[in-house]
Design a protein around this ligand. Structure first.
Ligand code: CTP
Ligand code: CA
Length: 221
């Protein structure tokens, strides 16, 4: 019975989660993307649903089933699509968790027809995509709590902490993506939590489903 009470601790809370990669088309055949599987974001959505939250999931293309019990499910392809969906839903949210691996760039030109190869090397020009998390941080309402993820290969803490500040987040989940038991495709993850106040918590390797609950516990605390 105690467990039941604890599990519904987020009843009435509105939670927006973004998950997965984005996909930036070059032509009808090719696109730019990254290794994100969406597993961490979907695990967070499931954990928040279990706790009674009203969850909106905005997801890039992934091979995962829609979690049961979502309030809203929005599938997007590009960073720009994700940005529009976030802007349309962010206002009434209490907690925003940006676990998506948003492509930082998109091809400057979308070729309507398949690009033909030639004997020359090809140079693609890429344009910057909007930084969605930074936009959320800039438009944060007093009642909102914002969580970001930082994917790092080197100078993990330094880079993660500077992202926390640059993006105006309340909590940053720092991921060392060089580890095989953590990050993009893995069912497990190993992260460091850093709060705006500077509190740090290094967590052991664990299933993403379990980590999701620890992240939610930290948000609630
Ligand atoms: N993010 C975002 N929009 C982008 C790029 C990133 O909202 N266009 C968010 C991600 O969802 C994540 C956080 O910003 O929560 C950090 O993403 P990351 O790729 O680690 O950092 P960047 O700021 O993009 O810096 P870089 O890739 O150069 O390390
Ligand atoms: Ca990035």
């Amino acid at each position: 019975k105690m467990q039941l009470v604890k599990d519904k601790i987020m009843t009435g809370q509105k939670v927006l989660i973004t998950a997965g990669p984005t996909r930036e088309a070059i032509d009808p055949v090719r696109y730019l993307t990254n290794h994100s599987s969406g597993k961490m974001g979907y695990a967070l959505a499931k954990a928040a649903i279990q706790r009674g939250a009203d969850v909106t999931l905005i997801t890039g293309p992934v091979h995962l089933e829609e979690p049961k019990g979502l309030a809203t499910f929005i599938q997007v392809e590009t960073a720009e699509d994700m940005f529009q969906a976030v802007k349309a839903h962010v206002d009434h949210q209490d907690i925003i968790i940006k676990s998506a691996a948003v492509a930082d760039y998109r091809p400057a030109i979308y070729h309507q027809q398949k690009m033909k190869k030639s004997d020359e090397d090809l140079v693609l020009t890429l344009n910057r995509n909007p930084d969605i998390l930074k936009w959320i941080g800039m438009h944060k309402k007093p009642h909102q709590f914002i969580v970001g993820f930082a994917a790092e290969t080197n100078d993990i803490m330094e880079n993660g902490v500077s992202k926390l500040k640059a993006k105006g987040t309340d909590l940053m989940i720092i991921n060392d993506i060089t580890r095989s038991d953590a990050g993009f495709q893995s069912d497990t993850n190993q992260v460091i939590l850093v709060s705006k106040k500077g509190e740090q918590q290094q967590l052991p390797v664990m299933p993403k489903s379990q980590l999701a609950h620890i992240i939610l516990d930290n948000i609630i605390a």
